[in-house]
Design a protein around this ligand. Sequence first.
Ligand code: SF4
Length: 267
Amino acid sequence: MPRSVLSYPLQVRDRRVLVPIGVPCPYRCGYCYAPEIEPSAPIDPASIVDAVHTLDPSSFDVIQLGYDGDPVASLGAMRALLPGLAATGRHINVSTKARISERAAAVLASAHQATGAGVSLNVSMSCWDSAAVLEAGTPHPQSRLDGARDLLASAGVPFVVALRPILPKVGDDEVAQIISGARDAGATGLVTGPLYATEDEAELMEPGLVISEHRHATAVGWSPLPLERVRILDDDRVARIRAMAEGLGVRHFTNNAQALSEMMRHE
Ligand code: SF4
């Protein structure tokens, strides 16, 4: 398949730059909007690395890899990108729902050494038993945690568990399993975040929700390409999850900046 070049400018927000992996995610989770921002052809990794190196290096401290797909599941692309990204000397944060294979662990450990500022992982999951349906195609959440635990033990790459998005219809019993799993695997903590749904999806999840005035779709702020969604985040539920996490001895972060700051502090 022919490759395309990166066709939009990279965004730097709060000293973090969002960098695409450039190939479609194989997992196709039920709530995912990545297909809407996928390129029609895989993006040449060299053009992505070049785009990062043209940024003002004093403008960012962290490279966040994988908002458009799954870097660990797309090992060839990650392998092609990481050496060039590590050459910036910036911290690299990788989001994934994959089980980290031995080959992926070697690529991540090498970048962890090379960058000087370290690599960290966001091990993403939104459910436990329901994953077989809602995150069909992904490895079981326990398998994702096992891989991250092994990489932490072998290479010192820290990770947080990203309970993001919080899905309104996934119960607290599954959330408790995620938090316990995070604790047992040695995660730095738990970061939570909103669901971005179409208006139809939002109404199905919470009937009546979209008729209130602030619940119409708005632009997703971090997306480099136009993307409109209803942002769903129940503050009471976040508070409950925070209490559950703290009760199990797991730190809770309300955003990735907090989680990154903690992971970078310990490297
Ligand atoms: S793993 Fe992430 S990018 Fe891939 S389908 Fe699931 S939510 Fe989308």
